[in-house]
Design a protein. Structure first.
Length: 104
């Protein structure tokens, strides 16, 4: 059993917003903690590039040769689209907690 922290609470809230069929297999605790950090740091301004970078950092341990471990800007549209459900989940959680907002 893991100890719970404010980041774990936030990670759990984000996980609850994502379709379970989209979550990678294996232990994704660190991945969702990175997503929690993005919510705290970027709030509703989190981008697909941010989400992808967090995933790539996590994936380096388990899948260092994965074809998608490269800058977001270098990915094709289909691969970029895979990050969008996570972007929306992070933004919904950020909106609920009142994190940093998009600047107009």
């Amino acid at each position: 059993m893991r100890s719970m922290s404010y980041l774990d609470d936030l990670a759990d809230a984000i996980r609850a917003e994502v379709d379970p069929s989209l979550v990678p297999r294996g232990d994704t605790t660190r991945l969702f903690r990175m997503y929690a950090l993005l919510v705290r740091a970027k709030g509703t301004s989190v981008s697909g590039s941010d989400v992808h970078d967090a995933w790539a950092a996590w994936a380096l341990d388990a899948k260092p040769d994965h074809a998608a471990i490269r800058p977001f800007e270098d990915l094709d549209g289909t691969t970029r689209a895979k990050d969008e459900p996570y972007v929306q989940a992070l933004r919904r959680v950020a909106a609920r907690i009142g994190g940093p907002r998009l600047r107009s």
